[in-house]
Ligand binder design. Structure first.
Ligand code: GLC
Ligand code: CA
Length: 558
């Protein structure tokens, strides 16, 4: 019974960003029929569950994370009938589907908000945060995640404002209002009744805002302070999250994956496990080692080291060791640059070998591994030569602030090419042709410029490809499920500076992961031997390792 309850510990997730996955009708935008046509590819990879980024009706200011109808499919993606077909086709292949649940905010085009903003007497006003001030000034100095004040004036009502944590197009829902919460639960249960296996829950740590709404000392020249200090991971958040779980997910034994940047390991521990609010949360501990601040990356790059990465990789894991908590392990998503470009500093080292080394590093940690579309191909950041080619609202904000702070256009463009979320949003590379097999029309965003060689068609037939390495990793994961799910984790210490190594142990068995993250041969502190389950170099026959080649990764079973 208990085991069954934790069914989701066995899953291997694949994240689809529908807009950029597969276009079926030539309009240059990926859609549901496109996804259906690629289910065999996903199945063949060994994936057992899909997370779909938002496909709900939306004005797409934040590419679907601004929802104007929670129970309708946006026409650019298809219809509800297409969605039902996708569910059915996925089920035939034993693939589960989880949806993206964005309930911190709606679009400003949601009927609730339209009604709220145009009618002061509307009960929907309490679905959001409206605040009047006597002096006509904004209620406080908080800065939104996508730039500018969190307060937007209400038209024709001087001194009245509404609140948004992200952008003015994404007004925050008022979770303090029980009526709002009830409506949201009903909507969630409607999807669960439809048969979705669960949700990736967006921006969960924003649901609670400090109700004193007080200003804080400014943290930049604009006189504002990031909203995260008063509206992210705030006391009382857990009360909302627990109720949400009890009223919805729990009743259906659904899987939930929380998205929460900025959690400490101890905060993460509280979010998961039997008494936590989610089945798992993403481990973002090591996700943004490359920048000063992920919400405000205009602040620049960081010079980080492998020992630092190693520390972050194990930090939350060790906090959870011995508890019933569980993580979602991850290298990429639609909010991040490509991992190969992010973590491998030297361009000439951003090879398939390095892609496999990074993959090996995270795939055998405790947790459900998530693979983001194209990651399994070793896709890299693209290089756009002009700001006009970027589509992402958050990228635009960071660009503007860099210019405002005196950065040259070239410098700002360079930083954007390094960190923009659009790096992950260029179309999936199905083949090496001009349009990469993604569309027959004009793609909504320019294609990546690494598609020759880094694409499904070429990699399918190459036994040494990154794609086939992911296939192998997934089969190792399935074959050694017991040790990988239930085994103890320990970091292997006293290794050379550029090596990351760990051990999974259960009963009398050990699974060892050794990864060399540099371009030089590294001597191992001790001889490593056993059955070689994985190796990104062509020397399987060896049963004994005393050193690792540049970016070599091995997985050994004893
Ligand atoms: C999450 C999403 C991101 C979106 C933001 C606001 O962080 O992953 O894409 O912009 O929430 O909804
Ligand atoms: Ca389309």
């Amino acid at each position: 019974m208990e085991k069954d309850k934790l069914w989701w510990k066995n899953e291997i997730f694949y994240q689809i960003y529908p807009r950029s996955f597969q276009d079926s009708n030539g309009d240059g935008i990926g859609d549901l029929q496109g996804i259906i046509s690629r289910l065999d590819y996903i199945k063949d990879l060994g994936i057992t569950a899909i997370w779909l980024s938002p496909i709900y009706k939306s004005p797409m200011v934040d590419m679907g994370y601004d929802i104007s109808d929670y129970q309708a499919i946006d026409p650019i993606f298809g219809t509800m009938a297409d969605f039902d077909e996708l569910m059915e086709e996925a089920q035939k292949r034993d693939i589960k589907i989880i949806m993206d649940l964005v309930v911190n905010h709606t679009s400003d085009q949601h009927p609730w908000f339209k009604e709220a903003i145009s009618n002061p007497e509307s009960p929907y006003r309490d679905f959001y945060y409206f605040k009047k001030t006597k002096d006509g000034k904004k209620p406080n100095n908080w800065r939104s995640i996508f730039g500018g004040s969190t307060w937007e004036p209400v038209p024709n009502e001087p001194g009245n404002f509404y609140f948004n944590s992200f952008s003015k197009y994404q007004p925050d829902l008022n979770w303090e209002n029980p009526k709002l919460r009830k409506v949201i639960y009903k909507m969630i249960n409607w999807w669960l009744e439809k048969g979705v296996a669960g949700f990736r829950v967006d921006a969960i740590n924003f649901l609670k805002k400090d109700q004193d709404w007080k200003s804080l000392p400014a943290d930049a020249n604009d006189g504002l302070v990031s909203v995260i200090h008063k509206g992210q991971n705030r006391p009382g958040l857990e009360v909302f999250l627990d109720e949400l779980k009890h009223e919805t997910f729990e009743k259906y034994n659904a899987v939930t994956v929380g998205e929460a940047y900025g959690l400490t390991p101890a905060e993460t521990k509280k979010m998961v496990g039997k008494n936590g609010s989610f089945s798992m949360v993403f481990d973002f501990g090591y996700m943004n080692i490359e920048v000063e601040d992920i919400d405000e990356w205009f602040r620049g790059q960081r010079d980080w080291t492998i020992p630092e990465l190693r520390k972050l990789l194990f930090e939350t894991q060790m906090e959870l060791q011995g508890t019933d908590g569980w993580l979602a392990t991850v290298l990429e998503n639609h909010d991040q640059p490509r991992v190969l470009s992010k973590l491998i500093k030297n361009k000439s080292d951003q090879t398939a070998t390095a892609a496999k080394a990074l993959a090996t590093m995270y795939f055998f940690l405790p947790g459900d591994p998530f693979v983001y579309q194209g990651q399994e191909l070793g896709m890299k950041n693209t290089q756009f030569d002009n700001i006009s080619k970027f589509k992402d609202i958050n990228t635009m904000k960071n660009y503007q602030i860099m210019l405002d702070n005196g950065c040259s256009k070239e410098q700002a463009l360079k930083m954007i090419n390094f960190e923009s979320r659009d790096n992950a949003r260029t179309p999936m590379q199905w083949n090496g042709s001009e349009k990469a097999g993604f569309t027959t029309g004009n793609p909504w965003i320019e294609l990546g410029n690494d598609r020759v060689g880094i694409n499904v068609a070429d990699e399918q037939t190459d036994p040494e490809s990154t794609l086939n390495f992911y296939r192998q990793m997934i089969s190792v994961r399935k074959e050694h499920q017991n040790i990988l799910i239930n085994g103890n984790l320990s970091e292997i210490n006293d290794v050379p500076e550029n090596i990351i190594a760990y051990k999974r142990e259960l009963d009398d068995h050990e699974l060892l992961v050794w990864v060399n993250l540099c371009d030089k041969v590294s001597k191992l502190p001790e001889k490593v031997e056993g059955k070689v389950l994985l190796n990104n170099y062509d020397d399987y026959s060896s049963r004994e390792y005393r050193e690792l080649d540049p970016y070599q990764a091995i997985v050994i079973y004893q």
